[in-house]
Design a protein around this ligand. Structure first.
Ligand code: HAM
Length: 403
């Protein structure tokens, strides 16, 4: 039997209900915040991700579904959504147009990671990207949007916050960190030695316990921010406090993608095991320019839908639509005709096989129908139909014409 690939799941039945419930809720929140839908291709030039997410990141270095297509193009399945949205933004010359542009998207992302609970090779994100707003209020807006989506889905969280500084303060900090790690070089893991050459800040994110205990004494970027980054970070914390959003400062939060500066944040859940990040994002003011666009401030986030599906508290399903059943074979044609008419306005469930009353009621209950009708020789003879309201336990008989 052919099975789905490792780390790639089907989404159907109840899972699909949770999936669409989440997308609909998040879409509603994003639209309330003034964001518009954007769809970008699943396949992009590999260079797009190398230049944006960064060659030193695990995502680009180890996890891309990359191949040469039939036209000899080096392409890959998108590992994340931001790079494609930025490419589209520049390609449509919106960077030159100026003003504010706010987008949301959802869809499949692909990372060749080692599959485990909460970590898939094909997974789905809901994300938003905001262009043109050089204000920390927009960073707070992003965080409030995630908090709103989570609270509407009944999901608890912890918010972790950090500032990664900007071109003023980051280089000096990076030098200090390199000095610190070089001094304890013999005790850190091989990955950290490699990171010293590629992207030293990523050492702070190392999962090795020994490295982590050493880095507890490393200089903290948050204590070395320039005045402008310090002001923005203080203002962000104040806005969050004013809006009752609690947070923890995590000085080691560097994110796994290279494009961030200033605000970085992650929402984590304590209820889903080790892959606990349910949303992540931050500011990326240099990325548009880096991909050859006009310098444009930007900030965004993405949420991992599979991880959230485990946590969503769904509202109780309400009874909905009609169930129409045939009592004998002769009635099936009329059931099909009536359902065709009724489906112009309502959901209708039918069965092509005739059944007795008890079995029809059972089937109507299974699909949670609100109205129940059966057609047999009596109904055909009298040209009437009895509609039972299963929720309110009432019934009315009307002509087939009226139905
Ligand atoms: P990210 O932190 O790499 O950020 O991914 C966002 C979320 O996607 C994670 O918090 C997690 O819930 C989910 N996720 C990531 N990898 C997997 C996986 N292998 N299996 C299941 N879920 C996963 C980004 O992708 C950035 N583009 C976010 C962003 C948008 N920053 C600015 N704008």
């Amino acid at each position: 039997m052919i099975k789905s690939l490792r780390g790639m799941n089907d989404i159907l039945s109840e899972d699909y209900e949770r999936f669409t419930y989440f997308i609909n809720t998040a879409t509603d929140v994003a639209q309330k915040y003034g964001f518009h839908f954007i769809e970008t291709p699943l396949l992009e030039e590999t260079a797009l991700f190398k230049r944006s997410v960064g060659e030193s990141s695990d995502i680009v270095g180890k996890e891309m579904y990359q191949f040469i297509d039939k036209g000899e193009n080096d392409v890959c399945l998108r590992p994340e959504g931001t790079a494609g949205v930025v490419r589209a933004f520049i390609q449509k010359k919106l960077d030159k147009a100026g003003g504010t542009h706010r987008y949301f998207y959802h869809g499949s992302m692909f990372r060749y990671e080692r599959p485990q609970k909460g970590r898939l090779r094909q997974f789905h994100q809901f994300g938003v990207e905001s262009f043109g707003v050089d204000s920390v209020y927009e960073d707070a807006n992003m965080i409030m949007m995630v908090a709103d989506i989570l609270s509407r889905c009944g999901i608890g969280y912890r918010l972790q916050l950090n500032s990664l500084g900007d071109n003023n303060c980051m280089p000096t900090y990076r030098d200090n960190l390199v000095k610190f790690v070089t001094e304890c070089k013999d005790d850190v893991c091989e990955d950290c030695i490699r990171r010293l050459d590629t992207n030293p800040i990523r050492v702070l994110d190392c999962k090795n316990d020994k490295c982590q205990s050493l880095y507890a004494n490393a200089p903290k970027l948050i204590n070395n921010l320039c005045d402008s980054c310090e002001d923005d970070f203080s203002k962000l914390k104040k806005i969050l406090n004013d809006n009752d959003i609690s947070y923890e400062i995590d000085t080691n939060l560097v994110r796994g993608l290279d494009y961030y500066s200033k605000t970085a944040f992650e929402f984590v859940s304590d209820d889903i095991g080790s892959q606990s990040a349910i949303a992540g994002g931050g500011r990326y003011d240099r990325l548009v320019e880096f991909l050859d666009g006009r310098p444009t401030p930007a900030v965004g986030f993405a949420m991992g839908i599979e991880r959230l599906m485990e946590l969503i508290k769904m509202p109780e399903a309400s009874q909905e639509g009609y169930y129409i059943g045939a009592m004998d074979e002769e009635a099936v044609d009329l059931v099909v005709k009536l359902s065709h008419k009724k489906r112009k306005t309502d959901k209708v469930t039918i069965d092509y096989k005739a059944k007795n009353f008890k079995n029809h009621i059972k089937a109507a209950d299974k699909v949670n129908a609100k109205y129940f009708c059966i057609i047999g020789s009596n109904e055909i003879e009298s040209s009437t139909i009895t509609v039972k309201d299963l929720e309110n336990k009432t019934e009315t008989t009307i002509s087939l014409e009226e139905f």
